[in-house]
Design a protein around this ligand. Structure first.
Ligand code: XMP
Ligand code: MG
Length: 184
């Protein structure tokens, strides 16, 4: 599949590549300041957070370590249920560590809410969240998120790590899909 094919599937670009990099630099500066002199562990949530992790980590000046978790939320189709299964757990023990969870998107917040209580029970020194995107209108639980890139409308988005049926993750920007892609 080349760029042209993916381009034909898109309805609109919501956030450009330049807007994403500017925002990550901004969040990176705040994170550098907030964690100065500490030993920060970034936890990326697979697979969506791969791009955010890669680009955010590279604008940080602080020395960080990274680990990954993969979770799957039981539920039908694109709806999250809040019942979560760990597909891949962390390699490291986070007890006593300063932990920052790196997410691509917070939709209902159910997955993240489960993840935070799971990680919280492991005794980290601190536990915060950085997400590139958040859909305020879709929120079903109230989660305190320290670093938010963009609040977006309640629409299904793809690109920059986010997929529809595993496709479009490699788009360098965030956009919405044309109705024909969903079979509309
Ligand atoms: P919840 O509702 O639990 O959802 O906050 C979390 C996970 O659902 C996926 N998700 C999306 N994926 N476009 C996507 O490609 C979207 O608009 C979208 N909304 C939610 C994503 O994996 C997220 O971590
Ligand atoms: Mg995700």
């Amino acid at each position: 599949m080349d760029d042209k094919d993916m381009g034909a599937d898109l309805a609109k670009v919501l956030i450009t590549q330049d807007e994403i990099s500017a925002k990550l630099r901004e969040l990176g500066e705040r994170i550098d300041q907030d964690y100065a002199g500490r030993d920060l562990l970034l936890i990326g949530v697979l697979k969506g957070a791969v791009m955010v992790m890669a680009d955010l980590a590279r604008v940080l000046h602080s020395p960080v370590t990274m680990d990954w978790m993969a979770v799957s939320s039981y539920g039908s189709g694109t709806k999250s249920s809040g019942v979560v299964r760990i597909l891949k757990d962390l390699d490291v023990d986070i007890a006593g560590r300063d932990v920052l969870v790196v997410e691509d998107i917070i939709d209902s917040g159910l997955t993240l809410s489960w993840l935070l209580s799971n990680l919280g029970s492991r005794g980290p020194a601190s536990l915060e969240v950085a997400t590139l995107l958040r859909k305020p209108e879709a929120a079903q639980v109230n989660i305190e998120v320290k670093y938010v890139g963009f609040d977006i409308p309640n629409e299904f988005v793809v690109g920059y790590g986010l997929d529809y049926a595993e496709r479009y993750r490699n788009l360098p920007f965030v956009g919405t899909l044309a109705p024909h892609v969903y079979g509309g």
